[in-house]
Ligand binder design. Sequence first.
Ligand code: HEM
Ligand SMILES: [Ca+2]
Length: 794
Amino acid sequence: GKILKKSNDFKEGKGNSKKVFDSTESDKNKDPHSHGFIPPQIKFTSFEKCDPCPSIAKCVPAIQCPAHLHMSTKPQMCDLPGNGKVHGLCCTTKQNHTANNFKKHAKLRSNDVLDHVVQDAKMEFKMLKNRERAHETFEEEGNGITEPDFFHQMVFGNHRPDEAVKINSLTNAGVEQMMASKIFKDKQQLTVEEAQLNMFDTNLVDSPMSRTCLPHPKCSSIPLHYRTIDGTCNHGPGRETWGAANTPMERLLPPAYEDGIWAPRNTAIDGSKLPSARTISRTLFPDFDRPHPFLNLMIMQFGQFLSHDFTQSSSITLPGGKRVKCCSKDGTSMLPPNELHFACMPIHIDPNDEFYEQFHQRCMNFVRLAISPDHNCQLGYSKTLSKVTHYIDGSAIYGSGMETSRDLRSFRDGKLKMFIDFNRELLPLNPKSDNCMVHGSACFLAGDVRVNQHIMLVALHLLFAREHNRIAEDLHQLNPHWSDDTIFEETRKIVVAEIQHITYNEWLPLVIGKETARTFSLLSSFEGYSNDYDEEINPSMTNEFTGAAFRFGHSTVQGRLFVEFQHRLDEIILISDTFHNPGRFRFQHFYDEIIRTLVHEPMQSVDNSVTYGLSRYLFRGGNPYGLDLISLNIQRGRDEALRSYNDYLAVSGRKPIDDFHEFGSVNAERLESVYKSPHDIDLYVGGLLESSEDDAIVGPTFRDIIADQFSRLRRGDRYFYEHNPTINPGHFLPGQLEQIKRITLARIICDNSDGIALTTQSRNAFIQSNLIGNEPVPCESSAIPKIDLSLWKD
Ligand code: HEM
Ligand SMILES: [Ca+2]
């Protein structure tokens, strides 16, 4: 095989001088919104085999090979660890896939230009804010029945008014920078794809717009012993904000923004408009009961709990924090263009929609995500942000901000606040009256604002909050001299390690399959420390992951819960009745019973079926109909400018499709009835419809996007529980780490039950409890190993 010496050599790859994108010169002067804009396609390259990789390059799964190398040159194939079925690519696999890797050639011509850009952007921003005032006059809810859209916006909500103010000013800064980038692009006559490839070489740090830059935290020169609450200072100088709360997401591939800056993906390959997200949803995602043969609903619920640990997008709101509305009041039409807020992207509902027709609904509200200033305050395409820490760090339990975290702590013996009801711990009651449907009934407070979203989610929050207090109590007994702070931080460290261990050791291999977990080096080692930290890996969420791949979970949701009660009649609970309505937790037996149900009941398979509880009745509350989560997901992908499904096949090293029949004849027919070309398929749709391979539950495209993200989340986290003492300033002692690695979800369930309806538990809490080999054993049984906390005695 050929030897490549430097990363630069990739660019020189023989016979590969062709351009990355299929860009036509005429794109340059075209208005991207005008009919006829053709989104650039990513070219697929085939690879030659070469073993071993040249020294500078590493053999990595294709998706981890930075996009620019991938697309413009021919990296060579190599063998990955595992069963030899999957080939990797020899790549220099550092930090970002896109940004900063492309040669910058949009050099600033003169400083005058930047001054003009900044001035114009300021003016435009002012005008935008003025126009926004007109929307303030819309009245808010009146009749006492909360609209589904109200709870939808709560998904992007804040804990505290001060957080709302902060995020609002950050969003404004993002919007102002977006305007500057647009103006800059026009003045410098950059093409759409130059913008998409982030070829801008200009930042605002020294400009009068520097106040819009992302604030840089001051980190001490010696790394802190415990991770910060907001995730700052995990990485070294220049990278202090990586993975922190309120910082931008990254991408696997350049965005499909149609103007290169922020205009959503709207246009099909032939220049016509893409089909409506609702049309796609109702055509392709009916509701069938297809229970998984052995996985249970805990797979689903732990997955959502995790997703709330590492991502919460933010939505654009009116200046006072109120909702933006894009449909007429009665939902029968969209607002006319001159009345639409700039963040509006309402979803069109067909007149013959078999569900919404009876309610005369023709429009579903949809507001675009907030955008953030860049880490380095660089002009370029817009980036969405996560309000929670990107790391797996228990932020759904402890909050992602100092003030929220204080609101949650009791400041006694390191414990979290709890609400004592019937002599047992429930989550503290939420002082905010609008967080739940039924005011005055139970409504809870946790580290994540979405806690009350539905009843199964509450159970997981409670489980881990109880685990915190249980460990805190033990540490207090062992070390009576420890302060509240020390107990809190030591307990938090253990709980986070438990979550990370369960994630990588139990949960993830069941989702992406053991083989892929091995290929991406994601399995926990049986013993000892790990050495795979890489300071250049940005752990931040990718848009492909949060906007599409990790939403696979929506297909696993069971809309009807069969809850077996011991002292009452069994009940079927409809998930649509529990949105923001967790009152059942006040029944003494309910917590134990819902956990038992999660472990007993099958999850739904990942496929073209989604419960109507999500695709018709989402957040219905007291209304006859709700929202459609699948429509929201598809529309969200376009809002975030995810590229079409085919481009992601290319980046994970597979051949793009040009025939709908790749998805089987039933799906092909349905796809063909909505999409004009296989090149138009939205990532969420294509990814969900793929059949899985080997032992994964998701198809290969989602599988690889998920595996890549979980790889970043361990290799790019200094405080990852397994990392060795030279890397992790808060590392565990060898004996302690050994104890952590004994932990399973089953043990945590056992240790925190009320002992009423739950006294036995299956060893694998992610596999249905009625299956042979996974029969429940008594909680005291040594078959479910315990953690020995005496190793934490000072
Ligand atoms: C009953 C269960 C669930 C409900 C009601 C629910 C609801 C929602 C809603 C309303 C959104 C925002 C949609 C938008 O406007 O873009 C969302 C986003 C999301 N969901 Fe779910 N979901 C559920 C379960 C799950 C599960 C099981 C997973 C993963 C295993 C998951 C992963 C995600 C992710 C990653 C996002 C994006 C979050 C962000 O970046 O803001 N969800 N979900
Ligand atoms: Ca987090």
